[in-house]
Design a binder for this molecule. Structure first.
Ligand code: ZN
Length: 120
């Protein structure tokens, strides 16, 4: 399962970061997940829940923010937002040279620990 190895690398980063900051309990991990990253959010959450036991993140939940596809035409500079597919023609000039500017992300946006709570 593709998501399992991704969840494992995310968990590794969370564990490393927690150790570096002396954090003992992570409560939430924010993930920015591109619409074109080929990762199914529910499968990623499921995998993360399976492997987080006995780590600092065992009570952590994933907060997945899905990032829509966006691109820019390399011929006329037209910006395309909320694209449904990475393969489209430029609506302004018809060019097929669309450069994806977002939508492939799979990054950790934030790691929330119980020590940082209190503001809300
Ligand atoms: Zn164009």
């Amino acid at each position: 399962m593709h998501e399992l190895s991704i969840a494992q690398s995310l968990l590794d980063i969370v564990v490393q970061e927690a150790a570096r900051h002396g954090v003992e309990r992570v409560v939430r991990v924010g993930i920015r997940l591109g619409a074109y990253s080929a990762v199914v959010p529910s499968a990623l959450t499921f995998s993360f829940d399976l492997i987080k036991e006995n780590t600092v993140a065992q009570e952590a939940e994933l907060a997945i923010e899905e990032v829509p596809l966006a691109g820019r035409c390399q011929d006329c500079g037209q910006v395309l937002e909320n694209m449904e597919s990475p393969i489209v023609d430029c609506p302004a000039c018809g060019s097929k040279k669309i450069e994806l500017t977002q939508g492939r992300e799979l990054t950790i946006a934030f790691i929330e620990t119980d020590e940082e709570e209190g503001a809300g």
